[in-house]
Ligand binder design. Structure first.
Ligand SMILES: Cc1cc2nc3c(=O)[nH]c(=O)nc-3n(C[C@H](O)[C@H](O)[C@H](O)COP(=O)(O)OP(=O)(O)OC[C@H]3O[C@@H](n4cnc5c(N)ncnc54)[C@H](O)[C@@H]3O)c2cc1C
Length: 330
């Protein structure tokens, strides 16, 4: 079976990686750019997918062991422990290493002509085409803007900082980086507002400013037909913007469905990932409007930070939600 994957991000490459060496399956990844890992990202990868991708020592910039939460500039939680919550990875290096062992065609932008996929003027012939082309394939109203500065500010390599605001559905972040820090912000506002809001947090010498949109409305139900995975399917946690780990998990579900001849939609809908993405999206959509946003902010700031972390990471059950929000979601 010839499988064409559109997009060489975490979803597309993880899928190809998981299918590598499987008899009767040939996977080709078509990447529009001349390299992988170009998309702006803060490189935070949470625990849980180490056995799915070849995560090597040299890809790991640092291990995250603590987080701080600020509200309107004041610190609310400062949690540090010995336990690793996740990593800052050199995502471009990790993706490049994976791609070098896979069949990836670069400068191969895939576009649709009369309902058929084309690479330049040539029709893309495959038994199955899977779109893993990220936010680029989503309508604008399913995404929000995110911008980021790369600076040499010496952020503690083990600590990630989150800045919440009582008037913004979204947040700013300061993550450690090889060079110093990645300082960014994303949410339901225009780029000028986000840039102004971020100004006081930008410290150090800026070497790069970039941005992209990020999916913020959860899984796109009508794309659950086995032809989409990763952010193109909406696999980003709406409350946190975390998309690398969920995209890799969606690729795993896709690979297993194909290998075991199962229905992707059924398998995906059974997964913990589907349920947790849905809950995140509902919390965000229920928090639009000043009063509702203030309500959510209060809940997040006053609750046990370990519980907030569980929910943020998508690792919760209904009882956790009841404890956090005082109600169930569905
Ligand atoms: C500023 C910012 C910071 C972020 N920080 C984090 C973070 O710290 N941690 C985290 O977990 N998530 C983060 N995210 C989200 C995360 O980057 C994405 O959700 C994740 O990369 C999605 O993976 P993907 O493989 O589905 O798509 P992508 O990573 O978007 O990959 C899609 C690929 O498809 C290619 N492509 C697009 N269109 C075509 C086409 N027509 N033909 C061929 N190729 C095409 C693109 O060039 C790209 O390489 C961040 C997002 C932004 C914008």
């Amino acid at each position: 079976m010839d499988i064409a994957v559109v997009g060489g991000g975490p979803a597309g490459l993880s899928f190809a990686w998981l299918m590598k060496g499987r008899r009767n399956y040939d996977v080709t990844v078509y990447e529009g750019l001349d390299k992988v890992g170009y998309k702006p990202c803060a490189w935070g990868l949470m625990n849980g997918v180490e056995d799915l991708i070849p995560l090597k020592k040299e890809h790991i910039v640092s291990e995250i062991k603590g987080f701080r939460i600020f509200l309107d500039g004041k610190i609310v939680h400062d949690i540090r422990g010995d336990e690793r919550l996740g990593y800052i990875v050199d995502k471009p290096m990790m993706l490049r290493d994976m791609a070098s062992q896979l069949n990836v065609k670069y400068k191969s932008n895939v576009s649709a002509k009369e309902g058929k996929p084309f690479v330049s003027s040539q029709e893309l012939k495959a038994d199955k085409v899977i779109f893993a082309n990220g936010h680029y394939s989503l309508p604008k109203d399913r995404t929000v803007p995110a911008i980021q500065y790369v600076t040499d500010f010496p952020q503690d390599p083990e600590v990630v900082d989150f800045y919440f605001y009582s008037d913004l559905l979204g947040y700013a972040w300061v993550f450690p980086d090889r060079e110093g820090a990645k300082i960014g912000i994303g949410g339901y506002a225009d780029v000028n507002f986000l840039q102004e809001r971020l100004k006081p947090l930008v410290k150090g010498r800026v070497s790069l400013f970039h941005g992209a949109r990020v999916s913020d409305t959860g899984v796109v139900e009508d794309r659950l037909n086995g032809n989409y995975m990763g952010e193109a399917l909406g696999t980003v946690y709406a409350l946190t913007g975390e998309g690398i780990r969920p995209s890799i998990i969606s690729a795993k579900i896709m690979a297993e469905s194909i290998l075991e001849n199962k229905d992707f939609k059924k398998e995906f809908k059974k997964s913990k990932l589907y349920n947790s993405l849905k809950v995140h999206a509902k919390i965000v959509s229920d928090s639009k409007g000043k009063d509702k946003l203030e309500g959510l902010t209060k809940v997040l700031m006053k609750s046990d930070p370990k519980l907030v972390l569980k929910v943020a990471l998508g690792d919760f059950n209904n009882f956790d939600l009841l404890k956090l929000l005082g109600r169930t979601i569905f």
